[in-house]
Ligand binder design. Structure first.
Ligand code: ADP
Length: 490
């Protein structure tokens, strides 16, 4: 009987693979970085072939490490960098251009034009998204416009397009499946949140032939059969990275919220079966679809979070490594009135001010490195609070606890300060791989590897249990490192 799930976590800078066992423990993990291409200032591209080759290599490497073959793997779950798009030839599987990455700003002028025409309101209404170069639609339009012959070939049905999940599944299935999942589709500016289908009016507006696009599938269902690992393995779970992390953090209940503290912060709140409408600068997105039920989420991104710590290290050079910041912040009783606004690249949710710039205020003769470090960490927490409050305002739901992951969530001071200013507990899972775990869960649930419960399910089989938590910060208390239950009812 297969006793493993293979999670493929295709990120912006690296491709990773993890084999999980029935208890949700990682048995083997591997990762490979790949090259970032910057053809012009503000432009970012990836070589889609390199993405596939590195992804395939790390998958083979974990199978080797665990001495496992396709017969030992119940299913593959995929999670991926979102919004990044590839167009390839159906006949050869060769990309017609580098992938255009979510960070790429080349379509910002196109977005200005859309806003000037007032079409941004239609886009917001139908897709839940803001008109920004971040999302896929304008990137696809750019490729059709700028790669010679692309539009004609797309219209003749010779080309296929997709986000990275679709590209990986195409390659895993040797071109037999051209599919994506609802969570990835909901990031394209082409997908109608209500009808859960590609929207004809939007396709027409962007002049994108429907024949180019993948079929949209639920996030937890058999989407294809991978045949590249020396046998056949079902691809049974797919979600964009932030949605996968929401699932991996077991945020199954309405109002359940997670924050990933990485370079920036990504907050998602489960809003249940209702499409959220934001008046506070958040986006509405599909969290996942499974068992015929679509779950939506509100999302807010903070552009600079852990990156503020990198700035202290690399530009100000007042720290040597990120981990030092915890002790430094604790070495002073407060910031001494210093506030840090790390708006280095403008401000994301809830402000969306592209022209805002950073500031450090309240400096006195007595300000020292520790105060600055503490102010930087606090700024991550303040920005997070602003998004949580916008979410509560827009959804009418108040999270009871904030689940956290990402590199900067290792910082106990940050987690405690976050709990204190939110007035709710902050919980950090023992398994730090929430994203890959989410993809594995989606695949394992679709194939009966794990059983479903009412609001939760039970990794490990039939005995009810929940994900172990490595740490919890109660508001106004110290972080307890005791392992504890997740606060969800299996
Ligand atoms: P990403 O996936 O965005 O690359 P990660 O989740 O790997 O990010 O987290 C890396 C970020 O976390 C970096 O910006 C780093 O400065 C920050 N970071 C890592 N460890 C700590 C720490 N102990 N305290 C504060 N920030 C940290």
């Amino acid at each position: 009987m297969p006793n493993l799930i293979l999670a493929l976590d295709q990120g912006t800078t690296s491709s990773r693979a993890i084999l999980f066992d029935r208890d949700g423990n990682a048995r083997a993990a591997a990762s490979q970085e790949f090259k970032q291409h910057y053809p012009q200032p503000g432009w970012v591209e990836h070589d889609a072939e390199e993405i596939w080759q590195t992804q395939r290599a790390v998958a083979e490497s974990v199978l080797r490490e665990a001495k496992a073959g396709p017969e030992d793997v119940a299913a593959i779950g995929i999670t991926n960098q979102r919004e990044t798009v590839v167009i390839w030839e159906r006949a050869t599987g060769k990309p017609i251009h580098h992938a255009i990455v979510w960070q790429c700003r080349r379509t910002a002028p196109m977005c200005d034009r859309i806003r000037a025409e007032g079409f941004d309101k239609t886009l917001r209404e139908k897709t839940g998204l803001v008109t920004d170069a971040y999302f896929s639609g304008t990137k696809i339009a750019w490729l059709l416009e700028n790669v010679p012959g692309a539009r004609e070939r797309a219209e003749r049905g010779e080309l296929a397009c997709g986000t990275i999940d679709a590209w990986l599944i195409w390659n895993l299935t040797r071109g037999r499946s051209h599919v994506t999942d609802v969570s990835n589709a909901s990031r394209t500016l082409l997908f109608n949140l209500q009808s859960l289908a590609w929207d004809e009016e939007l396709l027409e507006y962007f002049r994108i032939p429907a024949a180019l696009l993948p079929e949209v599938k639920p996030s937890s269902e058999v989407l294809g059969e991978a045949s590249v690992f020396g046998g056949s393995i079902l691809v049974a779970g797919v979600a964009g990275d932030q949605q996968a992390s929401l699932f991996g953090q077991q945020c199954f209940a309405r109002g359940a919220t997670k924050n990933t503290y990485g370079t920036g912060c990504f907050l998602l709140m489960n809003t249940g079966a209702q499409i959220p409408r934001s008046v506070s600068g958040l986006v509405a997105t599909v969290a996942w679809k499974r068992n015929g039920v679509t779950t939506y989420a509100l999302e807010g991104s903070v552009f600079v979070a852990g990156a503020a710590i990198q700035w202290l290290r690399d530009e100000l050079r007042i720290i040597r490594e990120a981990a030092e910041t915890e002790a430094m912040a604790r070495a002073v009783k407060d910031t001494g009135g210093v506030y840090f606004v790390p708006a280095f690249v403008g401000l994301g949710a809830p402000h969306w001010d592209a022209y805002a710039r950073g500031a450090i205020v309240g400096l006195t003769r007595g300000t020292n490195r520790n105060h600055l470090v503490r102010a930087a960490l606090e700024s991550i927490a303040y920005q997070t609070r602003a998004v949580v409050e916008a979410m509560a305002h827009d959804s009418g739901l108040r999270p009871e606890v904030l689940r956290v992951d990402g590199g900067a969530a290792r910082n106990d001071f940050l987690c405690q300060f976050q709990a204190d200013i939110l007035g709710i507990p902050v919980e950090r899972p023992a398994a730090t791989e929430s994203t890959a775990l989410g993809a594995a869960y989606l695949a394992g649930l679709a194939t009966g590897f794990w059983k479903d419960g009412a609001t939760s399910f039970t990794p490990g089989g039939s005995a009810p249990s929940s994900a172990p938590r490595a740490g919890r910060c109660s508001a106004g208390r110290n972080l307890s490192r005791d392992s504890r239950e997740a606060g969800i009812s299996p």
